[in-house]
Design a protein around this ligand. Structure first.
Ligand code: FAD
Ligand code: FES
Length: 368
């Protein structure tokens, strides 16, 4: 009986997959939308594109790069643009990501809108400054057992302008039958080093881009990325800072703190909490101790949640959120900069809010 049910379910699934494939094929090969025009920001650009692709990829082919951290899978919601005309109906993938106000304002996910007719769209002006870069990998340095640092020399264009905290989208190459994908990575190098770019990347088991970075990308190889993207950077207030990160979430905070030092921003006390499991997940420890010596306004607090009791570790123990709550029972006057997994960020926001921090003082990049 169970076997019969399994066979029926399998048969139905296979039929569904074949049908979906046929529909995609028909869309690509049989339906011919011809040349469509995309009017961007009321005449700032008028693009003539071949219909049938997503708005996201049609724009990218014309050197307009919309943030797309999930690579067009419809799961990051970074690719929102305003589609005034020609966008068609909101699809089921988009629905959960669009608030009633956004629907009212004609906001759509660019990766889910198909170009089938002429479109009239609006994008933030900053996105006209995003470029696609070719670079050469100078080093791939292990920082821990599952984190590497990439350092690149920019080839074309040879310089990048960005703010500490922003991110780029790295393009993996095809390997072992896996397509090229784009993924977001925060820049860990300093904005003053305009000819180079550094990233800190953590391996995700079976992740497409990180497997390419760890197992296929070689020093000396050329690679591509676009950027800079994002609004995660130091505000221009005088508020003291709390930074919270875990794992490769280190990247933008490492850039922001050193950028503050370089620019002589000494009037904003900054405490940076870094959460890890055990000592083998820590890195840049010597560099942070040196920063503490050089910068009286800066405090580094690493905290370990799974370190064996008898290891000799004398620093903080426990969840990073508990350590923050203990050290800042009143966070009402501070600003917070959070970076890492969505779970860690949600937990940190809850703690900071309950310790008095206004929502508008909390900035984060979720590594989703
Ligand atoms: C703004 C931003 C900045 C970031 N900065 C950094 C950084 O500095 N350093 C860093 O290490 N990471 C960073 N990330 C995360 C990074 O972009 C990638 O998400 C991460 O490296 C995983 O990519 P991947 O291609 O290896 O994994 P993916 O192939 O995307 O897979 C990730 C996980 O999702 C699962 N998965 C695969 N396909 C699907 C699917 N179709 N649907 C659902 N789940 C699926 C996989 O099994 C795996 O568990 C950042 C993310 C954002 C949004
Ligand atoms: S690119 Fe991620 S949702 Fe569109």
């Amino acid at each position: 009986m169970l076997a019969q049910i399994a066979i029926s379910v399998g048969f139905l699934l296979a039929c569904g997959l074949v049908l979906a494939g046929l529909l995609l094929l028909a869309e690509k090969k049989i339906l011919n939308y011809g040349t469509c025009h995309i009017d961007v920001n009321s005449g700032r650009k008028d693009l003539a594109v071949e219909g049938g692709s997503s708005l996201l990829s049609s724009l990218a082919e014309n050197n307009i790069f919309i943030p797309s951290a999930c690579g067009g899978r419809g799961s990051c919601a970074y690719c929102k643009v305003t589609v005034r005309e020609g966008g068609g109906m909101i699809g089921p993938v988009e629905e959960p990501y669009l608030s009633p106000e956004e629907r009212q304002a004609s906001v759509r996910l660019a990766c889910q809108v198909k170009v089938r007719r002429d479109l009239r769209i609006e994008i933030p002006d900053e996105l006209f400054n995003v470029s696609r870069f070719r670079a050469k990998l100078l080093h791939k340095k292990p920082l821990t057992h599952d984190i590497v640092e990439l350092r690149m020399q920019l080839l074309e264009p040879g310089e990048i302008t960005f703010e500490a905290g922003q991110y780029v989208q790295l393009e993996s190459a095809e390997y072992k039958g896996r397509d090229s994908v784009m993924r977001g990575y925060s820049i860990s190098s300093l904005p003053s080093d305009r000819n180079h770019l550094e990233l800190i990347i953590r391996r995700v088991p079976d992740g497409i881009c990180t497997t390419w970075v760890f197992d296929h990308l070689k020093e000396g190889q050329e690679l591509n990325f676009s950027g800079p993207y994002g609004f995660f950077h130091l505000s221009d207030t005088d508020a003291p800072l709390i930074g919270i990160a875990g794992g490769s979430g280190m990247a933008p905070i490492w850039a922001i703190v050193r950028d503050m030092k370089e620019k002589g921003i000494t009037h904003r006390p900054a405490t940076y909490f870094f959460g890890a499991l055990t000592q083998k997940d820590l890195f840049f420890m010597d560099e942070f101790r040196q920063l503490e010596k050089d910068c009286p306004w800066f405090t580094f607090v690493p905290a370990l949640s799974k370190e064996p009791d008898d290891s000799g570790w004398t620093g903080e123990r426990g969840l990073i959120t508990d350590v923050v709550a203990r050290r800042f029972p009143d966070a009402s006057q501070h600003e917070a900069y959070l970076c890492g997994s969505p779970g860690m960020i949600d937990a940190s926001v809850a703690v900071l809010r309950s310790n008095g921090m206004p929502e508008e003082n909390i900035f984060y990049d979720k590594f989703a």
